[in-house]
Design a binder for this molecule. Structure first.
Ligand SMILES: Cc1cc2nc3c(=O)[nH]c(=O)nc-3n(C[C@H](O)[C@H](O)[C@H](O)COP(=O)(O)OP(=O)(O)OC[C@H]3O[C@@H](n4cnc5c(N)ncnc54)[C@H](O)[C@@H]3O)c2cc1C
Length: 479
């Protein structure tokens, strides 16, 4: 593998996005080479629990008796996304059920079962649960809620998605996709504004591959300290970062070197879930002024993002003696318990009377099944009136926050990398965590969006890239 070689499509990175892009490009008849820096496929995808955010009436939703339509999924994603790209959300919602079938066609089945509890991820192999803010106000009034978190049938919280990687690698092999492992793309080869391939380096040497289309699928940038400090300083210090060492932003930087624009680089998924158990959602979350600021039944990364907006990135979860329990995932430390609210205010440094007033107002409304301030769902509205009261520390640096980056290259619905003026960089595509598609921020994130959009838009990029490369080949246009 030396010198200069020519392919229809070269894909950089074999995670969920690169694997799906490669398989679709090959299925469309293209000759495909994947360059993968690691010795095995998988990247950060192989660490993922295995939630895919899918809906619009998937086979799993139907089998478990949940109604969903592409229009409801579209309305939800449009509402929860700060700067939604309507064409992408439309395509994702319309194509989601068929995409679920395609994923299963790789050789596995999402279990036809529903996990009804509030949790971070299904504890066993249950196929479906709520993994976003669908039942949280105001979203529940804007789109009919439906559970869309499809989990691969592997128990546990991490690593489940490696099942899909193994199947993708097998499918790629069957389709004749060539994969060069331990081979890193270092630069793009460009000519007259068109990307014509990549330069690579491995232990054994280096070289150039020329291609009609080049797809960047190298993951995010959470492991690049300089990029993190520049774009997402909230990830720079206290939180744990989630990813592999190769989440170093290479793809984003390669795309920028060809003129590509980046979007939402200042946003990250950051979270420190305090549930399960769900009983803790009946408590109230207050800042150090003793004021509530978020509906406590929000998806955990939404609650966390609001915590980080508070003075000192500081907040407490307050629960009375009837509802208190220890978090099943020990990320949020228990501070102490107090016989009176006045003692609790003193211990937490909350101005005297503030927490008492917040609790009194909350309890009075909750007793009526109402939450006029934050519209917490009635399922979780229970007065916190029975002392002693306990407090958990949600403060950044006390609670264990973890996160990864969400920003990436601007691209079309087919993954073509775009410049700031909206024009496309000919021959260049991006997919997965190095691209900006559906997921934009922690407040609107639903678990499963990264694997869902990475696989869905990876496939679209693969198809489009194959079509373009083959057209140029048949037109005998030199690359
Ligand atoms: C613990 C954990 C759990 C998660 N759980 C979920 C979940 O359940 N659902 C969900 O939707 N999201 C989840 N995520 C997020 C999700 O895993 C990632 O966002 C997603 O896997 C990114 O996929 P990708 O294909 O873009 O990148 P990756 O899977 O990271 O693949 C990129 C590949 O590119 C390779 N590469 C990098 N640079 C180069 C180069 N220069 N040349 C060649 N190859 C290169 C890397 O080695 C890697 O194999 C989780 C993340 C973590 C860390």
């Amino acid at each position: 593998m030396a010198g200069e070689q020519t392919w229809d499509v070269v894909v950089v990175g074999f995670g969920i996005a690169g694997g799906c892009a490669a398989v679709e490009a090959a299925a469309a008849g293209a000759s495909v080479l994947v360059l993968e820096r690691a010795a095995v496929p998988g990247g950060t995808t192989a660490m993922a629990g295995g939630h895919f955010y899918l809906g619009g009436g998937t086979v799993v939703q139907r089998a478990t008796g949940h109604q969903d339509t592409p229009d409801d999924m579209y309305a939800y994603l449009m509402a929860v996304t700060p700067e939604p790209e309507a064409d992408k959300i439309r395509a994702y919602a319309d194509g989601s059920a068929a995409h679920c079938d395609w994923l299963e066609g790789l050789g596995f089945e999402f279990e036809r079962s529903y996990y009804p509890h509030k949790a971070v991820i299904q504890p066993q192999t249950q196929g479906l649960m709520y993994t976003g803010n669908e039942k949280v106000w105001p979203f529940r009034d804007l789109a009919r809620p439906a559970p869309r978190g499809h989990k691969v049938p592997v128990p546990g919280e991490t690593g489940g998605a490696s099942l899909v990687i193994d199947l993708l690698a097998r499918r790629a092999d069957d389709l004749g996709v060539e994969v060069w492992y331990e081979t890193r793309a270092t630069d793009l080869v460009s000519d007259s504004g068109r990307v014509r391939g990549v330069r690579w380096r491995s232990f054994g040497g280096n070289g150039v591959v020329l291609a009609g289309s080049t797809i960047l699928a190298t993951g995010g940038f959470v492991m690049n300290a300089q990029m993190v400090a520049e774009h997402v300083p909230q990830l720079a210090e206290k939180p744990f970062i989630l990813g592999t060492p190769y989440d170093d932003g290479t793809g984003i930087r390669l795309g920028m070197s060809a003129g590509g624009q980046t979007l939402h680089m200042d946003q990250a998924f950051i979270t420190a879930p305090f549930y399960p158990p769900a009983t803790l959602l009946t408590g109230i979350v207050v800042n150090r002024d003793g004021k509530r600021f978020v509906a406590e039944d929000s998806y955990h990364s939404r609650t966390s993002a609001f915590v980080l907006d508070q003075p000192g990135s500081s907040a407490f979860l307050i629960v009375d003696s009837v509802h208190i329990a220890l978090p099943e995932i020990p990320l949020v430390p228990f501070i102490d318990g107090w016989e009176t609210v006045a003692e609790m205010e003193r211990a937490l440094g909350i101005p005297s009377g503030n927490l008492a007033a917040t609790l009194a107002a909350y309890n009075a409304a909750a007793a009526r099944g109402e939450d006029p301030d934050f519209h917490k769902h009635p399922d979780w509205l229970e007065p916190q009136g029975t002392g002693p009261w306990g407090a958990f520390d949600l403060t950044l640096g006390k609670a264990t926050y973890a996160g990864f980056t969400l920003g990436g290259l601007r691209c079309t619905v087919d993954g073509q990398v775009q410049r700031a003026d909206g024009s496309v960089v000919a021959g260049l595509y991006a997919a997965g965590a190095c691209a900006s598609n559906i997921a934009q921020d922690s407040k609107g994130y639903s678990s499963g969006t990264q694997l869902g959009e990475g696989s869905f838009f990876g496939r679209r990029a693969g198809r489009h890239a194959a079509g373009q490369a083959q057209y140029r080949r048949s037109a005998t246009t030199p690359w």
